[in-house]
Write a protein that binds this ligand. Sequence first.
Ligand code: ZN
Length: 280
Amino acid sequence: MSDEVLYRVDGPVAVVTMNRPRYRNAQNSAMTYALDDAFYRAVEDDGVKVIVLGGAGDHFSAGHDIGTPERDVHVSYPRRAGLWWDHVGKSGAESRYARESEVYLGMCRRWREIPKPTVAMVQGACVAGGLMLAWCCDMVVAAEDAFFADPVVRMGIPGVEYFAHPWVMGPRFAKEFLFLGERVPAARALELGMVNRVVPRADLERSTMDIAGRIAKMPRLGLALTKRAVNQAEDLMGLHAGMDSAFGLHHVAHAHNAEVGADALAGHDARSMRDAGSPS
Ligand code: ZN
């Protein structure tokens, strides 16, 4: 297991921890594939009934890596989420679409289908690409200091690649969330139904492990079938097809940015996005 992700088993619960706290757990591809390794390991271990996903340090995840020294967008990894060709060595939309289909949308969809219950344990920032990881988990337990935001409309992009917004918070608030791009505190996220529980920061791990341990008392197949039943219902409410259509629009935006400006992110980097997202 690589350093980007930590893995431990505590009784019937596997705890998977994003481990780039210096960069607020910004996700590079190395982390994405390490997460996939960890989830695979947890699924294969018959002793594991529930998976908890957390982030080391003060923040769950500030999003995709768009500027750390270990940003690895030009590195090839053996693909797992689909059979689309490698993005490396391709240009323009052909490269971007292939890459994001694999490491963003495809991976999150793959993890949503993990046949064991998953619980996100969220403190601090859960922003942009960070939302995708929390949302593809079955439950979200948030600390009181957690905040949620998708500021990518500032880049001219209609939300992150795993476009679950209208389903996890309702279409009316999804528009506000995206139009304003502001931080939504944990208490508001609870009102909206985006998270299951809000607990004091000091109790986050204990509370999450307590819930995971109680879920683990249920029979394995019953949990797997229940998860599938709810996911299928969510897809019948349009989640899967809606995400496909939004993904196309997302790539129109990337291509437009690249066509008229400096790059696919409209010239933004991690610092400019963070500064723009600071409470005024
Ligand atoms: Zn994108």
